[in-house]
Design a protein around this ligand. Structure first.
Ligand code: 0GY
Length: 310
């Protein structure tokens, strides 16, 4: 397929995407692995189109437009059924593009928002009614400023009342400092991108050990086995990432989620072929039972509990 056919062209007022970041793959391959019916892509984004949904003035990068119709075309091309759209920093706390995508998904998308601590009650309720089921706390200094911990605590208290979970994005090296705070957060906590271990340290490395310790310490922690393209040292087809992801899937089969991370913002080294990412699934989840949990049961429990019967 050619994804670029589905991309809306930004108007004259739209900003120009950063030239040193790569655009998403224009024609991902069709994966050899066919996901089971109902499979969820539990980590992806929509960007703009900027002419309709402007990027945040405080953003650290300007991506190419990656609108809902392109995401849904990719979903179908890859043999996936649903999307969890995660608010990225380039849109700041303006969740409009994500809400619009969810509204157009015919019930096949839900969302994870970014909110300010003093968001009005009715706006929080509007996010919930629009399909948001989680909030994201992004601790990557290259992506966000250093928000006071109090802000996160206030947000956490408000969103857990709605039954939302908290998604945390950090690099495993930061866990030594951040671990205590993350543990103190209430409710279910989902760790993005395997906790971003440094693959050069190997499976027994300190960073990954901290991530595993967190998973081991408390069943409130879930983790996404996503974003091999950011973790890999070897490059595609990401053989070096497989043991890390498989350790998590086999160790915590009821608390893992999988996602494409499309449209892969901030990638400079290479742009992944999303078909290759889907073809990793049987290598990281080698049995049908593990794949059903990873792709269907777990994300449904978290994002569509009313359909999962949880
Ligand atoms: C991702 C990863 C990145 C970007 C963001 O919120 C974001 O801007 O999440 C990244 O640059 O590592 O989740 O797609």
């Amino acid at each position: 397929m050619t994804l670029s056919e589905g991309v809306s062209h930004a108007g004259a007022t739209a900003p120009v995407a950063d030239p040193d970041y790569l655009p998403f793959h224009p024609a991902p391959s069709r994966p050899v692995f066919r996901p089971p019916a109902g499979a969820v892509d539990a980590h992806c984004h929509v960007f703009g189109p900027a002419a309709v949904f402007p990027f945040s003035p405080r953003r650290k990068y300007t991506p190419v437009d990656a609108p809902a119709e392109t995401l849904f075309a990719l979903r179908d091309h890859l043999g996936l059924s649903r999307n969890v759209i995660v608010q990225a920093t380039c849109h700041g706390p303006d969740n409009s593009a994500m809400l619009d995508a969810i509204a157009r998904s015919e019930g096949r998308a839900r969302g994870v928002a970014v909110v300010d601590p003093d968001i009005a009650e009715e706006d929080l309720r509007r996010l919930h009614d629009g399909g948001v089921r989680g909030v994201r706390f992004n601790f990557l200094k290259r992506l966000v400023g250093d928000a006071p911990k109090d802000d996160y605590i206030r947000i956490a208290a408000r969103v857990t009342e709605l039954g939302w979970h908290i998604v945390v994005y950090f690099e495993s090296a930061e866990l030594a400092d951040l671990g205590g705070f993350v543990r103190s957060l209430p409710g279910t906590i989902v760790i993005d991108h395997m906790g971003r271990p440094d693959l050069a340290e190997g499976l027994a490395g300190e960073g990954f050990a901290r991530v595993l310790a967190l998973m081991e310490s408390d069943a409130r922690f879930w983790i996404k086995v996503s974003c091999p393209e950011r973790l890999t040292v070897a490059g595609p087809p990401y053989d070096d990432v497989v043991p890390f992801a498989r350790t998590l899937v086999e160790g915590y089969p009821d608390r893992v989620l999988w996602g494409t991370d499309w449209p892969h913002p901030n990638m400079r080294s290479h742009m992944p072929d999303d078909g290759t990412l889907v073809d990793m699934i049987p290598r990281i989840a080698p049995t049908g039972a593990l794949r059903k949990k990873l792709l269907i049961d777990n994300p449904m429990r978290l994002y569509w509990p009313e359909e999962a019967g949880a």
